[in-house]
Ligand binder design. Structure first.
Ligand code: SF4
Length: 217
């Protein structure tokens, strides 16, 4: 079978090498109309990643939450605030980091006036990985941080224990490295101040490890 010519490739692929920023914008525009799985039905809009197309560090969360769904920006709700605090404590400038989610629509269950967060299932993570794969392909960060089990699954293509995997660099394809750590929403669920402080310090340590490796690469 003949190889497709460059003109047959999706526009974002044609732009990828010469203009990653333009490629990323095209990819985000395409994602707005995604109906690959059913999650778009119950959500307001696609929440795509944001940040520089040449970022050396990428953070991947689980999925947008209620607030993210309404404003179409990742990590702007309570978990986003916790992430911002951890980034600040780690001396990492969020403006230099590309931030995205493994799943681009808010999975939820309407209950009265509220929308209750529901964890994406394996098939939804696997289907939505198409977008994450293309974000990685365009940005080609040195280090990707998986924030939580959903992101770890999307990145590593298998279920992993966060506790057994965190605190070290894991080699991926194309000389990329991964750091696996908790999702910042985990900190919000802890009751004891002492536990919150300890877990916050662990998260900052993991983010620092990733940022230092991203700079060195
Ligand atoms: S969750 Fe992902 S795959 Fe499913 S509709 Fe949304 S963007 Fe498409």
């Amino acid at each position: 079978m003949a190889r497709p010519s460059e003109a047959d490739l999706p526009l974002f692929r044609q732009e990828r090498v010469n203009d990653p920023e333009a490629a990323l914008k095209l990819l985000a525009a395409e994602a707005k109309g995604c109906t690959r799985c059913d999650l778009y039905r119950n959500a307001t809009q696609t929440v795509f990643g944001e940040g520089p197309a040449d970022a050396s560090l990428m953070l991947v969360g689980e999925q947008p939450g209620d607030q993210e769904d309404l404003v179409a920006r990742p990590f702007v709700g309570p978990a986003g605030k916790a992430l911002d605090k951890a980034l600040e404590a780690g001396g990492i400038d969020r403006a230099q980091v590309y931030v995205t989610n493994a799943v681009k629509h808010f999975k939820n269950e309407p209950r009265g006036k509220r929308r209750i967060h529901k964890k994406p299932d394996t098939s939804e993570i696997d289907i939505c990985r198409w977008w994450l794969g293309n974000e990685l392909d365009i940005i080609q960060p040195n280090v990707v941080v998986a924030l939580g089990a959903t992101a770890a699954r999307a990145l590593m293509h298998k279920a992993l224990s966060i506790n057994a995997s965190r605190g070290r660099l894991i080699a991926l394809e194309d000389e990329m490295k991964a750091v696996i750590t908790v999702h910042p929403s985990y900190l919000l669920r802890l009751r004891e101040e002492r536990d919150k402080r300890r877990e916050f310090d662990f998260l900052v340590k993991d983010l620092r490890l990733a940022a230092d490796a991203a700079r060195r690469s």
